[in-house]
Design a binder for this molecule. Structure first.
Ligand SMILES: [Zn+2]
Length: 164
């Protein structure tokens, strides 16, 4: 359900991250400008995934046939729930930038938390090397995330087919 009649320069009301299903995400990290690619579909439900869960449910049905008969196929629902939970957890974990700790999803939900996450990332990196973490910059120059994300970040978030 994505609006396709956008005029040039118009910002879509719905975020790309929350829009319709997309095969993979490709974008530049708005914080450190590294080319990022998230190789997951925004929503699980590909033919292979459905087949896998269906065959698991079918196998379960065969195992429990003496007790449940064909009703065992209802196990598809809990199996799919487990699969989707696993899939979404894995995808969510892959969103965060490995270079700077910027989490685009968290940024859309809570900017303050996204900043804290970046700080936590760098504190851990500094601690790893045994270097004391520098003092916070003066107010107004807060890593420059807020201003850059609105200029280049949102416009470079593009959905892309895995084939291309
Ligand atoms: Zn980054």
């Amino acid at each position: 359900m994505r609006s396709t009649s956008l005029k040039p320069g118009e910002i879509p009301k719905k975020s790309l991250w929350r829009g319709g299903p997309v095969d993979s995400y490709s974008f530049y990290c708005p914080s450190c400008r590294v080319d990022r690619k998230v190789p997951y579909r925004s929503r699980p439900g590909g033919f292979r995934q459905i087949t896998q869960v269906t065959s698991t449910a079918a196998f379960f049905t065969l195992l429990t046939w003496p007790w449940l008969d064909w009703k065992g196929i209802v196990s598809f629902v809990p199996f799919w729930t487990i699969f989707e939970f696993y899939y979404r957890t894995r995808m969510r974990a892959s969103l965060s930038c490995p270079h700077c700790g910027f989490d685009p999803f968290l940024y859309l939900v809570d900017v303050k938390k996204a900043r804290e996450e970046i700080e936590r990332h760098w504190k851990a990196k500094f601690a790893e090397r045994g270097i004391p973490f520098p003092q916070k910059p003066a107010a107004g120059q807060d890593f420059g995330i807020g201003s850059e994300a609105t200029e280049s970040g949102s416009s470079s978030l593009t959905a892309e087919d895995p084939e291309s």
